[in-house]
Design a protein around this ligand. Structure first.
Ligand code: NOJ
Length: 747
């Protein structure tokens, strides 16, 4: 006993003598990064800002490099992408530990809509307008990915997109800067959790900086030509929201903006991001985009490309090898000051410290945790809920839906009914050794729902693409035997995504013809449309009795769809992007200017900005989506008619569930600045509430309008609210404005 007390006393004295000074020396991550930097040779520094693809899978054009192991051992690689699973990441980290300074590798991965548990593609999820759900899906993706050895996701993509021909429209949150900013914020918070370095968090990456979504003609990687005002007002806000949420990293983009490639764009990366917005994280290039500047034609060779990118503020080179092969020479030639490289290295080291990798390089490589989180039974339950929140009910003639659970026979037809992997959408993560049996197909989902009560008949009918109609007869045959037909059609999952631009965004192949023949049976047809982007499907929209836009909903797709079909979930989603009537209308978005000859009707040539062959109206507008119940909007009240600029107007409105089902409504607040120093959009979303109401229930919804909501970028790019009148519009969609009033902003 005495000995023990003596030992304790001894330890206390020792601690007082030694530990105190040590803890006093505890440094900030920035100081720690500095101390590591001081030990590094120039080659090691250049290695830190160099990122390579692992050999397991590729998400870009591969450069064969048999020598990666030696390069990691020499500290010439700071980060790897497409390296998944604890086994593989441990393997590489062990090699990094053989390097002189033992600086841990950073593992990055496109965890865009889930890791093992797959969630709806981001565009689908954005239609939920449900920030808690969106944050939660990112949280779970982060939990699984971090358990699989990943430190960093290349998500969220926060590019505004108004052109559904562009395949990457599926990765973002649609067309509107207000909604997309809220979603950017929620996704960053979800991925990153409470603070950096939490075991179940990953660093997020706001991409693609900037305006990648505005590629001319919707062709991926194409140029962008854009006014500064549009850039600031529409395309930058979601990036700013990501910074406000504390995003750890940014990725620049493949495109040029007004002739300047984003990768070498100083205005974007140094002036705006690291300057005006004070961003302290690091910027990674997109895959090979440093070297691709040679093709853009603003630099002559890789040497100039490296000079241009590092000078412009691109900290890490993904896969182009331009930094690795040229920066040392550029320093020697006194073209690049070492301080510029030091700054990039420090930004990256800081993140490695924040993640806790210097304390334990294998912190995220625990196979037990990997097993546990990848099989966490909670995750599919949450994925199912978010999936059903993302389904948009576009049409429900004669209240065909929800289906009765007493239906005797259902014919479930179409090329996507029994598809399994398709439901995962484009950016699923290929995990080694994992089969697809955790994905619930639409067929299984329906079977799970109806059990033995209902007879389920199946026919494929046709393929997604191609002209073959041999399967039509079988499909018609089973349709005739059924009480109702459910037809599942759409794109293949890899028809929308990176490098998947399409000029024809109709439903491929003979799928709509299949619908036509099924309708000849006289049976009611519910159509499920599976896609990553808005498609044009006028025949279906006009002739099917009910249409659900089911996107790609992820691993629980089948169960989620069945929940909605049978009313176990009342659809609540609303479109976050305009669905055009015709490709010829693109780009089409709700917050357009009025023009000198306003587009208010389809007639009146000369007096109207319109088409002679098609309507000016979209098929389904931004903010549109039905429910099984109905909502009445009434009693719009403004707290004042005149508002001073330091004041606020309170807007209140009563929403009543007038139908027979409990349901959720997304109440939307739009504003219009009637006269500005420059033209202002006919309406802009400025707030929304998603509320739950029981059948018959009413609720008052309140919004606050302050100066911020009235502000815009004027001609001098100043953020101003100009005195004058504003229309307040409360809508169930951008076209379905139910109530309207006006107030004035006074000096
Ligand atoms: C290219 C894509 O544009 C980008 O979004 C992605 O993160 C990288 N490839 C890495 O896969």
């Amino acid at each position: 006993m005495k000995k023990t007390i003596f030992n304790i006393l001894f330890i206390i004295v020792l601690s007082a003598l030694f530990l105190q000074p040590v803890s006093a020396q505890l440094k900030t991550n920035a100081q720690k990064a500095d101390s590591v930097l001081n030990l590094m040779t120039l080659d090691e520094k250049i290695g830190q800002i160099n990122q390579y693809n692992d050999d397991w899978t590729a998400t870009g054009p591969v450069t064969l490099d048999p020598d990666k192991v030696t390069q990691v051992q020499k500290g010439e690689i700071g980060s790897l992408l497409n390296c998944v699973g604890t086994e593989r990441t441990r393997h590489w980290q062990l090699i990094a530990m053989q390097s002189r300074l033992k600086i841990p590798l950073l593992f990055g991965q496109d965890v865009v809509h889930g890791y093992k548990t797959t969630f709806p593609v981001p565009l689908a999820e954005s239609c939920s307008w449900d920030m808690e759900a969106i944050e939660l899906s990112a949280r779970i993706a982060a939990t699984e990915a971090s358990a699989g050895g990943i430190h960093w996701t290349f998500a969220p993509m926060v590019d505004i997109a108004r052109d559904p021909r562009w395949g990457r429209v599926m990765e973002g949150a649609g067309e509107d800067p207000y909604l997309a900013s809220k979603i950017a914020y929620a996704r960053v918070k979800g991925f990153q959790g409470e603070k950096p370095g939490e075991i179940n968090s990953v660093m997020a990456c706001a991409k693609h900086f900037a305006a990648y979504g505005a590629a001319i003609g919707g062709r991926d990687y194409n140029s962008v030509d854009m006014s500064d005002r549009l850039l600031w007002e529409t395309y930058l806000p979601p990036f700013k929201a990501a910074v406000d949420a504390g995003v750890a990293t940014f990725m620049n983009s493949f495109n040029d903006i007004n002739g300047v490639p984003s990768t070498g764009n100083k205005y974007l990366q140094r002036d705006i991001l690291k300057g005006k917005w004070g961003f302290r994280g690091f910027v990674v290039s997109d895959w090979g985009s440093v070297g691709e500047m040679i093709n853009h034609g603003n630099v002559k060779n890789e040497y100039e490309a490296a000079l241009c990118a590092i000078t412009a503020g691109c900290d890490m080179d993904m896969e182009s090898r331009c930094y690795k092969n040229n920066l040392a020479q550029l320093v020697k030639d006194v073209k690049v000051p070492v301080a510029l490289i030091d700054d990039a290295v420090k930004r990256i080291l800081r993140k490695k410290f924040e993640l806790g990798l210097f304390d334990d390089p294998f912190k995220y490589c625990n196979p037990k945790r990997e097993q546990k989180e990848l099989n966490n039974p909670e995750h599919p339950i949450i994925a199912r809920d978010i999936a059903r929140k993302s389904i948009v009910l576009l049409k429900n003639q004669d209240q065909l839906l929800p289906l009765s659970k007493n239906i005797k026979t259902i014919a479930f037809i179409g090329p996507l009914v029994k598809a399994v992997k398709q439901n995962k959408g484009f950016w699923d993560v290929e995990l080694p050794g994992l089969d697809s049996n955790f994905i619930v197909s639409q067929w299984e989902g329906l079977k799970n729902k109806v059990g033995n009560r209902t007879r389920l008949l199946y026919a494929k009918g046709c393929e997604i693409e191609g002209e073959n109609k041999d399967g039509f007869a079988d499909a018609v045959d089973i349709a005739k035997q059924a009480d109702i037909v459910i037809l599942s059609i759409g794109e293949r999952r890899d028809m929308t995504g990176e490098a998947k631009s399409r000029s024809d965004i109709g439903i491929p192949g003979v799928q709509e013809e299949l619908l036509k023949v099924l309708l000849t049976t006289g049976k009611s047809v519910v159509v499920l449309i599976n896609a990553g982007r808005p498609l044009v499907f006028n025949y279906t929209a006009d002739h099917a009795q009910a249409v659900l836009y089911t996107w790609w909903l992820g691993s629980e797709a089948g169960n989620a769809i069945a929940d909605v079909l049978f009313g176990d979930y009342n659809p609540s989603a609303k479109l976050s992007i305009t669905f055009p009537l015709s490709v010829g209308q693109i780009p089409i978005y709700y917050s357009h200017f009025n023009t000198g000859r306003p587009a208010v009707s389809d007639s009146n040539r000369f007096y109207n900005s319109s088409y002679t062959d098609i309507s000016i109206w979209p098929k389904f507008e931004f903010g549109y989506g039905l429910s099984y119940t109905t909502f009445r909007y009434s009693n719009l009240q403004l707290s004042k008619r005149k508002m001073k600029s330091d004041d606020r107007v309170e807007v209140s409105v009563t929403i009543t569930n007038t139908g027979h089902y409990d349901g959720e409504e997304i109440v939307q607040l739009y504003l219009r600045d009637l006269v500005g120093s420059i033209a202002r959009p006919v309406e802009e979303l400025k707030d929304f509430r998603k509320i739950k109401l029981k059948a018959g229930e009413s609720q008052q919804v309140k919004f606050l309008i302050d100066k911020e909501k009235l502000s815009f970028y004027n001609q001098q790019l100043q953020w101003v609210a100009e005195p004058g009148e504003f229309d307040v519009m409360i809508g169930a969609s951008s076209r379905d404005i139910r109530l309207k009033d006006r107030f004035e902003l006074v000096e």
